[in-house]
Design a protein. Sequence first.
Length: 216
Amino acid sequence: MNNRLMGTLLTFVAVVAGLSFATPSHASAKIVTDADATEGIKTAQSFGSAADGGIATGKASLTPAAKRWQSKTITYKVSSKTSYYKSVWKSAVKVWNRSGAVHLVATSGKADITLSNSNSPMGKNDSTVGITYSSYYNNKSLNGLAVMASAKSYVFTNVANRFHYSKAERTNVAEHELGHALGLEHNVGKKSVMYYATRDQSVAKPDVNGLQHSYR
Ligand SMILES: [Zn+2]
């Protein structure tokens, strides 16, 4: 999926991809790594191009997807250390579970999805406020979607601080990144948590519709 990545992110992926992924147990399958970033924004007027070049296609009423997990029951682990970010991720998980389309279950063992926060490795002046790395099998599909092998989402603490994100806004970013970790892509419309530069928007109808469509 190199055509979905641009500029500095390519370099970043090359550096991080090797560190982020354990080898999935499905030894014969080829694993492809992908990354989706969320642009941090100050105001509605400051939107630039998407940091990840992620393509937003289709109708605003249905958030598109490129991937999904094999099962609707998906395990996750929060590796954030602070109670603040544990709470941010817990809220994000709860919102997606409310869709009924997937069942996210906490595990202390090896998880499908890892949720975390860190300072941005792209430098303090970068405006990417969240990122999700995911990998998928290039020889498996369901409903026309690639089947995911692993995903790891981050909220970038220093960028969220610099742009004065509230806890609710950080939770929206967490929901966006978890949406990528569930296989969703960017929505063309702002009334979706999967708008590429989401800040004010939580999971909305188009996102629930998109997830239900993926996991039908
Ligand atoms: Zn995104």
